[in-house]
Design a protein around this ligand. Structure first.
Ligand SMILES: Nc1ncnc2c1ncn2[C@@H]1O[C@H](COP(=O)(O)OP(=O)(O)OP(=O)(O)O)[C@@H](O)[C@H]1O
Length: 932
């Protein structure tokens, strides 16, 4: 049996208060645990199956949710707006009736799991509280399991309800509600009585109280004013039940979480000394107040006497707790396992500011030595236990109570472990009241209050997480934050299938603490939704179940038959002979293999499912990605097209504007130039007025800039014009010269036969051609120079002169020159051919002259005729275009000349050529400023 007190601020505060009034009482959190041990010292089959008191309440939250009332926390305890605003009573009645039916329906699940029991106890108001006007009807019991809270007018809840943030009416449903006048015995009967029985049958049970400070938690657990609470009643009940079954030796001690160790003689002696010292201490200090009064008989466990139906045992202590044992007799020990004895050990510890203190190992002087703290450890199964905790074996309820009193005197509260061979446990936890931090007078109290609230909050979070995991089994489970506080770690095993728990919610009906009470009830409403997990089977029970499930192995038949009589809970491993155990081992091995195979298959299946799902996800992602890519591409294309179009239109606009401007400029400049030329005066150029907003921008700009250079540019323009004229004249001259030369060449060709001396003629013609070529070359160079000058002149004139026209003229002159050049080359080639022909003819002539007798000299006419014939023949031998070429070379002016004159000229062709080679007029350097 284990009892601990979760110390709170309220305890200390009330201790001070009570010391003034002389009514010193304790409040806080108690945790009682029981363990049973068999005398053989071997673990029984139930050593892993603890006994826990669990609180269970009606599932109001789930019910409200099922009726689609609101969500999260409010849905648990807050009445819906509709119910609140319209006809509260009627609505509430409907809610209640549905809640009731649901509660009764859901009290125990089909799968054997049981809902957490949550009881509510309302303490009566004191006279002082009534005088203060605390009774405002805010707590209304509507039936034995439903409660209606009405927010008093000064409460925060009412204020927020007035703002429309929350509701002012709240309805809760519990497993059972104990009103202010409910006696302790009735509370005991409905709460812990069954639990004590379960503990003695090998279960773990936990009972804990929860509520605001000064709500009656300690009163419920411990009792006061002669009314024994649940704990002393449970103690008496246990010992009544175990009468005649107590194991008097002290050599079996609880260790770790649920184990039992056999002590040697020395250790037993030490344990005895410790217990004697504690009991002596209790007797020397307050023991005279704590006495046991037995009417007929009281089975202390030592005498081995059984309790009878006439027991009238009374336990009184300094708090005036008086315990009538009449209603505590469970039913005798017949239903307990035959031949099993029980050893009861108690321990008592306190959790204070997140530290654990052993209250049965108090320092000699509380003032002189700091109390040692205890550590929480886990056993190999992961169950937490308080390491190095003091355990005291007790043989009676009186001894147990004395031990608890010693612990209480060690300032706070404690826990008592009753150890049995099988380590079944009953735990009673008296939690500290939830505190309002702002009411705490100093820093130390504030720290305590914070720690208490943190622990209770963690408890709430654990319960919430457990509820979530139970309600959402398909989803990944939430981590239950048991390790976030010492309190929840201690309680952990009771929430994890190693037992059951029961919660008693204590409230008072004071209006001043209404808001805190509401919070406590909301918290309890979460707890009501918890379902106990199936109890974990004991090792032996598990083995037995396996053996029963093995019909395929005939060898196990004997074992199965043997076990048929035994229940799982009652199975004891020592009952089997070695042969049966070996068989069991074989069965277990097969079971291990089977489970391993099952798990492997499951893993493979899970992997396959995961792979399929992943592939689906990947495919979906791929499709999505392709779609996105496609749309992105379209978008980009559209954007690019738009950009290009924009660019095009802006370029078009820009260049058209630019062209317009230039045209305007040219027009303006031309007009200005013309004006200058006409007037030969240099007035200011006529630009459009600056004020003319319709005029081109560039013109306005130019007007402003050109105004400054007007005179200078006028001079330049005149010069430029003169130079251009000169260039034109020069070009004409050159062209004339070229024409003359061409003509001379023609004449020369025509006169060739007349010379009679072909060798000299060709040589002369060749020389003349070369000379003509040189002249043309020089002419071209001069023209090029002229063009360059013209270009620079145009540039200098800022494109405002007739440079364009000049350039065109020059380029056409260039092309003409190039054509003439080409013609000369062709002429040169023709001359070479003529020369070759003439040489041939000369040779033939010479040969003919050698063979023929000498003839009289030929008349000039005949000579001319022959020469003409040669010339014609030559022309006829040329390709058709060449004939055209020659026609162009010999212009039609020649026929106008008389043959005699031609002849006269032709007779001196060389001199004519020389005459035409007049030195070309020196090309004076021209300063042109042409701007392109
Ligand atoms: N059902 C009841 N009948 C009569 N008196 C009661 C009852 N419940 C509580 N009281 C009295 O109310 C006072 C406060 O109760 P108690 O000390 O148990 O509160 P608590 O919840 O334990 O406070 P804390 O959280 O501070 O420990 C005590 O004087 C107690 O005797």
């Amino acid at each position: 049996m284990e009892v601990f007190k979760y110390a709170g601020v309220g305890d200390r505060w009330r201790q001070v208060e009570h010391s003034h009034t002389g009514d010193r009482r304790h409040a806080g959190s108690w945790f009682v645990k029981m363990a049973l041990a068999s005398p053989c010292g071997v673990l029984s089959d139930e050593d892993e199956c603890g006994a826990v008191f669990e609180s269970t309440a009606a599932d109001i939250g789930a019910l409200l949710r099922s009726q689609r009332f609101v969500s999260p926390l409010p849905e648990i305890s807050v009445i819906t707006p509709a119910a609140d605003s319209q006809t509260p009573t009627k609505e509430c009645g409907q809610v209640l009736s549905s809640l009731k039916s649901d509660v009764s329906r859901r009290g125990s699940a089909d799968d054997g799991s049981e809902k957490l029991k949550v009881f509510l106890r309302i303490r009566p108001l004191t006279e002082a509280e009534k005088e203060r006007g605390e009774e405002q009807g805010c707590v209304n019991v509507q039936s034995e399991d439903s409660l209606l809270l009405r927010a008093p007018k000064d409460s925060r809840n009412m204020k927020s309800a007035e703002r429309g943030v929350s509701q002012s009416l709240h309805k809760f449903t519990f497993t059972k509600i104990f009103g202010p006048q409910t006696p302790q015995q009735e509370v005991y009967d409905h709460t812990i009585r069954e639990m004590v029985r379960d503990v003695l049958h090998g279960e773990n049970r936990l009972l804990y109280t929860y509520g605001v400070t000064n709500s009656g938690k300690t009163y419920t657990i411990q009792g006061a004013g002669g009314e024994a609470g649940l704990l002393p009643r449970a103690l008496v009940s246990v010992f009544l039940k175990l009468s005649g079954r107590l194991y008097s030796a002290m050599d079996l001690k609880p260790v770790l979480s649920q184990e039992v160790r056999k002590l040697d003689a020395g250790e037993v002696r030490a344990e005895e000394m410790r217990r004697d010292a504690l009991l002596k201490e209790e007797e020397s200090t307050g023991g005279h107040h704590s006495r046991l009064r037995a009417g007929l008989s009281w089975d202390s466990g030592i005498s081995g006497l059984s309790a009878t139906s006439h027991i009238a045992t009374q336990l009184e202590d300094s708090d005036g707790i008086s315990l009538e044992t009449n209603g505590l007799c469970l039913s005798g020990g017949e239903d307990l396992e035959e031949g099993v004895q029980f050893s009861v050990w108690v321990s008592f510890y306190e959790i204070y500011n997140e530290f654990l203190y052993d209250l049965l190992d108090a320092p000699p002087s509380l003032q002189s030595r700091k109390r040692a703290t205890l550590r929480l450890s886990d056993d190999k199964h992961g169950n937490p236990y308080v390491k190095d905790l003091t355990w005291i074996q007790v043989q009676s309820a009186e001894e147990a109570w004395k031990v608890l009193k010693v612990g209480q005197r060690n300032q706070s509260f404690a826990s008592t472990h009753l150890n049995h061979n099988s380590s079944r446990r009953l735990s009673v936890c008296d939690l500290a009241g939830s505190e309002r931090c702002k009411t705490q007078p100093n820093g130390e109290r504030m720290k305590e209050a914070n720690n208490i609230n943190t622990s209770l909050l963690t408890l709430g979070r654990c319960i919430s997480a457990l509820r979530h995991n139970q309600n959402n089994k398909s989803r990944p489970p939430l981590v239950v934050p048991f390790r976030d506080s010492k309190l929840t770690r201690v309680l952990q095993s009771f929430f994890c299938g190693h037992g059951r728990s029961c919660m008693v919610v204590n409230i008072n009906s004071c209006a001043s603490t209404y808001d805190e009470t509401l919070q406590a009830l909301k918290f309890s409403a979460i707890a009501t939704q918890l379902v106990h997990g199936p109890c974990s089977k004991t090792r032996v029970a598990y083995i037995l179940s396996l053996l029963r499930e093995e019909p395929a192995h005939p060898n196990d038949t004997t074992l199965l038959e043997e076990d048929e009589e035994e229940s799982e809970e009652e199975g004891d491993i020592t009952m089997f002979d070695p042969e049966a155990l070996l068989k069991a081992i074989d069965v277990l091995k097969r079971e291990v293999l089977r489970q391993r195979q099952e798990k492997e298959e499951l893993e493979a299946q899970v992997r396959e499912e995961v792979c399929t799902e992943m592939m689906e996800v990947i495919n979906r992602m791929q499709d999505d990605f392709s779609e996105t890519l496609e749309s992105e591409r379209d978008l980009m294309e559209k954007r690019c097209e738009n950009k290009i179009n924009n660019l095009k239109s802006s370029l078009k606009k820009y260049y058209s504007q630019e062209l317009e401007e230039r045209d305007d400029e040219i027009r303006e400049l031309t007009a200005a130039l013309k004006e200058k030329e006409d007037g030969n005066i240099a007035p200011a150029p006529v630009f459009p007025p600056l004020s003319d907003v319709n005029g081109p921008r560039r013109s306005r700009r130019l007007a402003s800039t050109h105004k400054r250079d007007t005179d200078h540019e006028s001079v330049e323009l005149i010069q430029c014009k003169a130079e251009l004229e000169q260039c034109k004249a020069e070009l004409d001259l050159k062209q004339t010269e070229l024409r003359l030369k061409t003509l001379e060449l023609k004449r020369f060709q025509e006169n060739l036969p007349l010379t009679g001396i072909t060798g000299n003629l060709t040589t002369t013609a060749e020389r003349k051609l070369e000379e003509g070529q040189r002249n043309l070359k020089q002419l071209r160079m001069e023209l090029q120079t002229l063009g360059i000058k013209l270009q620079s002149g145009e540039r200098a004139c800022c494109r405002n002169t007739d440079g364009e026209k000049l350039r065109h003229a020059l380029s056409s002159a260039d092309s003409k020159l190039a054509k003439q050049d080409q013609m000369l080359v062709e002429l040169h080639t023709s001359l070479h051919l003529v020369k070759a022909e003439l040489r041939k003819k000369d040779e033939m002539l010479a040969q003919y002259q050698r063979t023929q007798p000498p003839q009289p000299p030929m008349a000039p006419g005949s000579c001319k005729k022959r020469g003409c014939g040669v010339a014609v023949a030559y022309v006829e031998n040329q390709p058709p275009e060449k004939r055209a070429f020659f026609r162009s070379l010999f212009p039609s002016r020649t026929p106008s000349k008389t043959p005699s004159r031609q002849r006269a000229e032709v007779t001196t062709p060389y001199t004519r050529v020389l005459r035409t080679r007049q030195p070309s007029p020196p090309s004076t350097p021209i300063q042109l400023r042409v701007k392109y």
